[in-house]
Design a protein. Structure first.
Lengths: 161, 404, 80
């Protein structure tokens, strides 16, 4: 009996952490982007927005980028956009990496970690999906091959809304 | 429904092995680990040539390591290591004869990643003309507290077979068929790494090792005073305890310097049931220059107190139950100065060779014994008054690493 | 010194479970994931060149009385 209680209690603590849900309005921000202009989240109101927090020093982030590029290319014309928020205080390494592995979606520089804190980034990489009305709908931490299917499912259903 | 006798027995055996409590805990360990990653080690191949030269011993050989991820969660590694030994050391000159031999070691390991846990297992087997050793190990590593902390628990078990070579009347070295001993070892380890600040990381290791069986060296001898005979002393067989338990604990602190360099400080404390107490202190500095060069320097200080049953010269035969004269168990201190240079390069056009390094490392070891004397000079100084032994050795490594 | 296997098993599994749970209900990490770039730098690795450090550990272990707590597992040898 004691064992059963212990087991249930343990699982009760464990399970909530497995979930990756998010809710509420997505925090607004404006950041400097690659190419010189400033980009703000408000510009994309009405589109499905995926924000990917990445760094050039993070292996899984680099592994994920080509997949994000193909997702962007496929759904961009259907009202979807992808913002790659680079979290490095010095963007030199990120720019060097992007020269070797170019992507076509906007890259934003969060040098002071303002936006990382706003979105409570707790793992690298972190991906957030925001719906057309500016509400947070999905939060995914980390990346392992196969995770892109989760992104695609979410994007497809949100585009149809 | 009546269970068959076999089924009933099997059912009872299963129940008796693991209590429900333990089974529940084990199951939870697998389920409760959240699905964020730890990271497997990188794929790589290293080819090293090593050379040790000092105290009239030369040991050289290759070491080759290959590590590859075979799926998203599994990384396999294999290593071949060889020592080609030419020894005319002070111990060999005193009680044996100079020899050449080869020691070969093969090892293989697997690392399996599941969520934040990494399970590792492997084996090591080595063979030389008079010693065969087999080791197997298992470890579990867990990331916690937002990946700031990693805890690793390890267990290893080793089985050794000890033989002895003797010189036949014809002058050939042969296995002594009357000498065949065993030594068994068990080890338990606990490690922790902790990110302290943005620039500092702490490591802690504790290891408990126990040995049982034949733990001595079949070639070395003790000596005892015997005035009037030979050089004034007589050699006799060593008698070692057949058990040994040791505890060691170490701490490492690594600090990132703002101009891109790393400083590491390490301390290890050791003590065992043979009465040996040892301290190890090491300081390392790593300094990259431009994108291609990395330079390392290190200073290591080691100090050891002698084992209870160790003596350089016993007063008489059968002085005590256990007697040993292995200088590895003597009181001594040593300094090791090391320096290394690493050159990073890429082979253009070949994708698998986009990150490689060529490395050279030199270490100079200086050992000063406090209670081990050069017994070969007993004729000139008298037994027990010979100068204390000193050892200087040069250790050289050159290796190429490929990350593919 | 031999620890009873059952007690050790319990201690190990309890430690593992604590570790697993701690990964879930954890204190807020004071070094955020996006602040850990230095630890991705190879110069900050505890074991940057495993073949080389394993070899040096082997050299010291065969000439000294102390062993263990170095992070690397070595094989046995009859090294004189």
């Amino acid at each position: 009996m004691k064992n059963r209680i212990a087991a249930i209690a343990a699982l009760a603590i464990a399970i909530p952490a497995l979930a990756g849900s998010a809710s509420g309005p997505a925090p607004q921000f404006t950041l400097a982007a690659r190419g010189g202009r400033d980009v703000s989240l408000a510009q994309y109101h009405g589109q499905v927005v995926m924000i990917n927090f990445w760094a050039s020093w993070c292996g899984p982030c680099r592994q994920e980028m080509p997949l994000l590029e193909s997702i962007y290319k496929k759904y961009n014309k259907l009202g979807f956009t992808l913002l790659g928020v680079n979290v490095e205080p010095d963007s030199q390494a990120a720019d060097d990496w992007l020269k070797a592995t170019p992507v076509s979606f906007p890259i934003l520089y969060d040098k002071e970690s303002k936006v990382s804190k706003l979105y409570d980034v707790a793992g690298m990489p972190s991906t957030v999906i925001i719906d057309r009305r500016g509400k947070l709908r999905m939060l995914h931490r980390g990346y392992k091959p196969g995770d892109e299917n989760e992104y695609l499912d979410s994007i497809r259903s949100l585009i149809r809304e | 429904m009546q269970l068959t006798r076999e089924a009933r027995c099997a059912h009872t055996r299963c129940e008796a092995r693991l209590s429900p409590f333990t089974r529940t805990l084990l199951a939870l360990c697998v389920i409760a680990a959240p699905a964020l990653g730890g990271v497997l080690p990188e794929d790589r191949a290293d080819v090293l040539w090593h050379s040790y030269n000092g105290g009239d011993i030369t040991i050289q050989g290759p070491s080759v390591l290959v590590r590859k991820k075979v799926s998203d969660n599994l990384s396999l590694s294999a290593n071949y290591y060889e020592d080609m030994i030419s020894s005319a050391s002070i111990d060999v000159k005193l009680s044996a004869s100079p020899y050449h031999e080869k020691r070969e070691q093969w090892s293989g390991g697997a690392d399996y990643l599941h969520g934040k846990s990494t399970y590792s297992a492997g084996f090591i087997t080595s063979k030389e003309p008079d010693y065969k050793a087999n080791t197997s190990y298992f470890a579990v590593s867990q990331d916690m507290f937002g990946d700031l902390t990693t805890i690793t628990l390890g267990y290893r078990r080793a089985w050794d077979r000890v033989f002895r070579d003797i010189k036949t009347p014809g002058g050939v070295l042969e296995n002594d068929p009357t000498f065949h001993q065993r030594a068994d070892h068990r080890g338990y380890s606990l490690s922790l790494t902790q990110i302290l600040t943005r620039n500092a990381i702490l490591g802690f290791n504790y290891e408990l090792l126990t040995d049982q069986g034949y733990l001595a060296n079949p070639y070395r001898k003790i000596r005892y005073l015997s005035p009037g005979q030979g050089a004034g002393f007589t050699l006799a067989d060593q008698v070692y305890p057949n058990t040994r338990t040791s505890h060691s604990a170490s701490v490492q602190l690594k600090y990132y310097l703002p101009y891109r360099a790393a400083l590491t400080g390490q301390y290890r404390f050791f003590r065992d049931t043979w009465g040996i107490r040892a301290h190890t202190l090491e300081l390392d500095y790593t300094h990259p220059v431009s994108k291609r060069w990395i330079f390392d320097t290190s200073l290591r200080y080691y100090r050891q107190g002698a084992a209870d049953f160790y003596s350089d010269l016993f007063p008489r035969a059968n002085y005590q139950n256990f007697m040993g004269r292995d200088r590895e168990l003597a009181a001594f201190h040593s300094y090791t100065l090391g320096a290394g240079a690493s050159y990073q390069f890429a082979v253009p056009g070949v994708r698998a060779l986009s990150r490689n390094s060529f490395n050279v490392r030199v270490d100079h070891l200086m050992v000063d014994y406090s209670d081990f004397r050069n017994a070969l000079l007993a004729g000139s100084y008298g037994p027990g008054n010979e100068p204390l032994y000193k050892l200087n050795a040069n250790i050289f490594q050159v290796f190429v690493s490929i990350w593919f | 010194m031999r620890v009873a296997p059952v007690k050790l098993m319990r201690a190990v599994t309890a430690a593992l479970l604590l570790a697993a749970l701690a990964g879930c209900a954890a204190p807020t990490p004071w070094v955020k994931p996006y602040e850990r770039e230095h630890f991705a730098d190879p110069i900050m690795s505890f074991n940057r060149d495993p073949v080389s450090s394993t070899y040096l550990q082997h050299v010291f272990e065969t000439r000294e009385g102390a062993r263990g707590a170095t992070g690397s597992v070595g094989g046995g040898c009859g090294c004189n």
